[in-house]
Ligand binder design. Structure first.
Ligand SMILES: Cc1ncc(COP(=O)(O)O)c(C=O)c1O
Length: 458
């Protein structure tokens, strides 16, 4: 009889997991040591060769057993990772997850509740109800019955926001800034909506004029999409002024606060989100400035009734008589069916750190961005794009061309020294440091500027 591998759940699950977890943790540590920095050197070919070698046969006739498979594959993936826990890995809104959130996520995997019906997730669904209501109340303190859906991230939240607007009106035309996340245009395409109109959302008077012109054409109802924390610069659109312009022209408003949303936890920075509560829906994404492992997206609305269009029945999951008998109906809380309990890690994080703890992490991270901006400003060989709003800093060598700037990023990446992003702003290419690591030190930021200087052609 072939050996049947143990399961993760039940009374025996923890004992089965313990030795395997010890192996995983060792392999993670060994991989990080072998990498020796933010990313392994050599670029795509070297990484691919190492992974091919480590993986060996993907589907052997007879397996190697759990210990060998875990050790070799986890080690290989850790060795070849771009690790945002390293302060020199700061290209994207790619967060270093908190250890406590990852530990909670392990429990989610072991128990494996599926959030599409109560009989698969009795406690997890109640936890989701409570936590999403509390988070939605942070966004909409004066909402009638604020609620939030748990999503796979900003992309899905933005899609749902456009879908809900379409369902309210039959059709909507999206109006967004040229710095809106690309997922807004994709959502319009996916939902069969007209091509979004690009409008100057950062200039309220010009936005007002654009909305007046669009409204005068008696086209579909308008949905303005503003961004609280743009992907490239971290800027926050003038939310209150945009809400005012939308109101004046009978337009609805969605705010993509995927990046900036967690400023709500910071007493010193919450004011930057003034106007957020005037939106018909708000995207949050705690796998960015919320230190959650992927996925941890949310879509908040001021009144749970706004989610009604997502209601759906499938006899095996939410039969009417089951619902009448008091079994909660979960199917309308997502377009997905099987769904992970991503709320568990979020709930644990909120409870463990509290508002003040999370706010402190937000403040520390934004302060690191100011430190980096100071270093760049003081350095005559570097040029700063602008003072940061959130935790993104755009900079470049003062005398480098666009091509040289882009090459510096690739050199640092393939040499395994730093992972920086790139952004085009005011027609030029900039190096982008998206700082999400609350442990980043001034020394690490100094090292980063030295690396950029050292890679700049003279
Ligand atoms: C402003 C903004 N919105 C939405 C998204 C999409 O989020 P996700 O990748 O979690 O789908 C991003 C991703 O960086 C973003 O920066």
């Amino acid at each position: 009889m072939p050996h049947t591998p143990p399961l993760a759940g039940g009374i025996t699950g923890p004992d089965a997991l313990r030795p395997l977890l010890a192996l995983v943790l060792d392999a993670l540590g060994e991989g990080a040591v072998a990498r020796g920095g933010p990313v392994s050197a050599g670029g795509p070919d070297a990484v691919a060769a190492r992974v091919r070698q480590a993986v060996g046969e993907v589907l052997p006739e007879h397996g190697d057993g759990a210990a060998h498979a875990l050790r070799t594959l986890v080690r290989a993936v850790a060795h070849g990772a771009a690790d945002p826990a390293d302060p020199l890995c700061a290209a994207h809104l790619h967060t270093p997850p908190l250890a406590l959130a990852v530990a909670a996520d392990l429990a989610a995997s072991a128990l494996n509740p599926s959030m599409d019906s109560w009989d698969q997730a009795p406690a997890a669904s109640e936890l989701e109800t409570r936590v999403t209501r509390v988070l939605a109340r942070e966004v909409y303190p004066r909402g009638t019955a604020p609620d939030a859906l748990v999503t796979t991230g900003g992309t899905e939240s933005n899609q749902l926001a456009l879908l809900l607007a379409r369902e309210r009106h039959g059709m909507v035309r999206t109006v967004c800034g040229d710095t809106a996340h690309h997922s807004v245009r994709r959502a319009a395409w996916l939902l069969g909506l007209p091509e979004p109109v690009t409008a100057p959302v950062h200039d309220p008077a010009a936005l007002d004029a654009t909305l007046a012109t669009l409204a005068a054409h008696h086209g579909p109802p308008l949905l303005v999409v503003a961004t609280a924390g743009t992907t490239d610069t971290g800027r926050i659109d003038p939310l209150s002024a945009i809400a005012g312009a939308a109101d004046r022209h009978g337009a609805e408003l969605h705010i993509d606060a995927s990046y900036g949303g967690p400023l709500l936890f910071s007493a010193d920075r919450r004011h930057l989100l003034a106007g957020l509560e005037r939106a018909h829906s708000v995207t949050l994404d705690l796998h960015k400035l919320g230190w959650q492992p992927v996925a941890a997206g949310l879509l908040a609305v001021p009144d749970a009734g706004r989610l009604a269009p997502l209601g759906h029945t499938a006899e095996y999951l939410n039969a009417e008589d089951d619902t009448d008998a008091g079994l909660p109906d979960l199917l309308g809380r997502s377009l997905r069916t099987t769904r992970r309990p991503d709320i568990l890690k979020i709930a644990v994080t909120l409870r463990a750190l509290g508002r003040a703890g999370l706010g402190a992490l937000v403040d520390r991270t934004c302060a690191a961005a100011h430190d980096l901006a100071d270093l760049v400003e003081k350095n005559p060989r570097l040029e700063l794009y602008e003072r940061p709003t959130l935790s993104t800093v755009l900079f470049r060598p003062a005398d480098a061309s666009d091509e040289e700037t882009a090459q510096i990023r690739r050199t640092l990446l393939t040499e395994g020294r730093a992972v920086l992003g790139r952004a085009r702003a005011d027609g030029r290419i900039w190096l982008k440091a998206t700082l999400l690591n609350p442990h980043t030190t001034l020394e690490a930021l100094e090292a980063l500027t030295r690396l950029v200087e050292g890679s700049t052609p003279r």
